[in-house]
Design a protein around this ligand. Structure first.
Ligand code: UN1
Length: 512
């Protein structure tokens, strides 16, 4: 058998082909010349693919509508059975999937394994949920009447995801939507289509083997922004879930709102940690370093701003810079590596531009330079940067998707909270303190205005059990656990009169 990527000679391309073989999948039917896929590890070519067009998306939506009509009639626990089988497949192939993810996205293997684990975990969560799609029974104001809320399948889910979590974010939405009775179309990032084809391919195979699953239950659109627009505009896509930049989210939100569709948005973050004088500084240091440099600063939840009490600021920054200097930067496939490459040159250029602007705004930059690694001339490896800022200037208020940590000082907790909340994004936040009053205030209505509020933990690495998302320009959507499943269903409020008379609500009299 000729491996799918025979045309590309790089060792990583060969590994990708071997991984697809191991998964029993192939992307031969996707080969083409529209989209070249590179590994950020060394810039080598992994594959060249054909892209779907907006017309292809229309055809997918039509298929997804048909699939939905059948799937919504399958009892929810039986829908859960499909997700259970899929989760078992992902668990069985965890190592191969992690390797593929690491090769295509560049995150270090332990984080790639963590992401695949998130997929496994959300599958198990969704299976349990398939028996817990509860509605309420509400006390009626009328005698012998009953008010009940039903949750019904909603329709077609269109899911647009980013390169940085190329599997987990899709799985959060899709597995939960599937148990809710929806069908799904996925437009992954053009930077990580192979990971998408692998994860969706295993799901498609599980669906093929499951007699209750209709054809086209889950489809993948490999394409550029035009495919995303086609999904956002299509009147038959009931729910559009989008993760990515604020600019993309704004476009999607307006399009979806214009046709009264439902959107679920998880957009930019500009996450801060407050380091209080009472904090366990060893813990704070470890928490800050992982949150700021994990996934090479390319998580939505990455720590971008550190707000440190004046009394400990200099000492803490010294420890931080010393620790940053010891980070091992290199191939994500090497177990000793802490920080892998940036996704591409565009990300690198954006990082350098941000550092220049920070300097102009009075910042002192430590690190941030490109590292030349043997055998990886076309990989963009950088030393994560710490930037001491005199105040929260314009560049600090922006999300730069790279490992840059801005450090600022504060005097009172009110000041720190004002800085933390003083940006347009509202995804994740944290405080390191051993003062229970500070910790409680930070979580209260006077505290952080973010969707994620952590105490003595960094800003990243949320568990799947909670609702994930944030406020303000982060978009307001919530995905993953808690009651996020309600996004994928529609609510029907039913009133039943089991009396022999017809009392009207609000005591209205209408005698005939
Ligand atoms: C994202 O970066 O879009 O909380 C998702 C975290 C991960 C998910 C991040 N569980 O960092």
């Amino acid at each position: 058998k000729i491996p799918s990527t025979a045309l590309s000679a790089s060792p990583l391309a060969t590994q990708v082909a071997a991984t697809f073989d191991q998964l029993g999948l192939s992307f031969d039917d996707r080969l083409g010349s529209d989209l070249t896929v590179f590994s950020p590890i060394d810039g080598s070519q992994l594959a060249a693919l054909r892209m779907d067009t907006p017309g292809d998306v229309d055809a997918m939506v039509a298929n997804a509508r048909t699939a939905f009509a059948a799937w919504k009639l399958v009892p929810a626990p039986h829908r859960g059975e499909l997700v259970r089988r899929y989760g078992a497949q992902v668990r069985e192939h965890k190592e191969a999937l992690s390797l593929l993810l690491s090769i295509e996205n560049g995150k270090i293997l332990t984080e790639a394994r963590g992401e695949v684990q998130e997929v496994i975990d959300i599958c198990e969560y969704a299976v349990g949920l398939s028996r817990q799609l509860f509605g309420l029974t509400i006390a009626s104001e009328r005698p012998e009447h009953r008010l009940t809320e039903y949750w019904h399948p909603m329709g077609v889910l269109g899911l647009i995801s980013a390169f940085n979590f190329p599997a987990a974010v899709w799985a959060w939405g899709t597995t939960v939507a599937l148990v809710c009775g929806d069908s799904a179309i996925w437009k992954p990032s053009e930077k990580t289509p192979l990971t998408a084809l692998a994860f969706a391919g295993l799901l498609a195979k599980a669906a093929d083997d499951y007699d209750l699953a209709p054809n086209h239950l889950v489809q993948v659109a490999i394409g550029d922004a035009r495919c995303g627009t086609a999904i956002a505009d299509h009147p038959d896509v009931a729910i559009v879930s989008a993760t990515g930049s604020v600019r993309m989210g704004q476009d999607v939100a307006v399009r979806v709102a214009g046709r009264f569709g439902r959107s679920v948005l998880e957009l930019g973050g500009n996450n801060a940690a407050i380091i209080a004088p009472s904090a366990d500084l060893d813990l704070a240091l470890r928490g800050a370093v992982f949150a700021a440099t994990g996934t090479c600063g390319q998580r939505c939840t990455s720590l971008r701003r550190l707000i440190v009490h004046h009394s400990i600021r200099d000492a803490f920054v010294q420890r931080l810079t010393a620790t940053f200097a010891t980070l091992r930067i290199g191939s994500p496939l090497d177990d000793a590596t802490h920080v892998g490459p940036l996704i591409d040159q565009i990300a690198f250029d954006g990082m350098q531009r941000a550092l220049e602007q920070a300097r102009r705004e009075g910042g002192t930059v430590h690190g941030g330079e490109r590292l030349d690694l043997t055998g990886a001339a076309d990989g963009y490896y950088v030393r994560p940067a710490i930037v001491e800022m005199p105040q929260q200037s314009a560049i600090v208020c922006e999300e730069t998707f790279a490992p840059i940590l801005y450090v600022m000082g504060y005097g009172t907790l009110d000041e720190a909270i004002a800085l933390q909340n003083g940006v347009s994004q509202g995804l994740s936040s944290s405080i390191f303190t051993n003062d229970v009053r500070e910790a409680e205030r930070f979580q209260s209505a006077q505290g952080s205005d973010c969707g994620i509020v952590n105490v003595n933990i960094g800003t990243s690495g949320a568990e799947i059990g909670g609702a994930f998302g944030g406020e303000k320009v982060t978009g307001g959507g919530r995905v993953s656990g808690s009651d996020s499943w309600k996004n994928y269903m529609r609510r029907a409020t039913a009133t039943v009169n089991y009396s022999a008379s017809l009392p009207l609500a609000q005591g209205v009299k209408f005698d005939l």
